[in-house]
Design a protein around this ligand. Sequence first.
Ligand code: IMP
Ligand code: MG
Length: 179
Amino acid sequence: MAYNLGKVLIGKDEIDQMVTRIARQISADYRGEELVVVGILKGSFIFMSDLIRRLEMPVIVDFMSVSSYFENTRSTGIVKIIKDLDVNIHDKNVLIVEDIVDSGLTLSHLKELLMTKDPKSLKICVAFDKPDRRKTQIEADYVGMVIPDEFIVGYGLDYAGKYRNLSDIRMMVSDGGNK
Ligand code: IMP
Ligand code: MG
């Protein structure tokens, strides 16, 4: 099935307000503490860069790259680590920043992995959440927006590597769909 770019689901002003709200929550929760923010490449890079510039505590930035294997727009749940952490997170407050939680398989795998490195605390922040499609018991601590079961692109999120550069969130629609 082929997918085409569909209508705007979330506009850039709404995204901007969402990032400000989450950054305030995180800044309040970690007041007086240092935070290691771990962005999951590539999808989180735009959200991450907007978010960290609004955080008020000392922040250390690191990235991990994982690849989730897809069949069309569905994750298979197979996750491979392409790039591991550079910093040592032992005894540090760690915040994983991810673009979206869908089945939850990527984040539950990552959380398990990072817990073995013995951080002081470990929380998860996602820009978007599709709770209808969860296959594991994982909840993010900070959620930007809950969205319906649609495949979305823009603001860092891709379809087949494309559309990450869009400022709004748009839906992908399948051929023959009438959205
Ligand atoms: P998971 O199903 O929660 O493991 O999500 C795996 C990955 O699939 C996420 O990190 C995203 O990169 C990607 N993903 C899931 N849903 C979407 C979507 O609607 N648009 C773009 N990428 C998505
Ligand atoms: Mg991703």
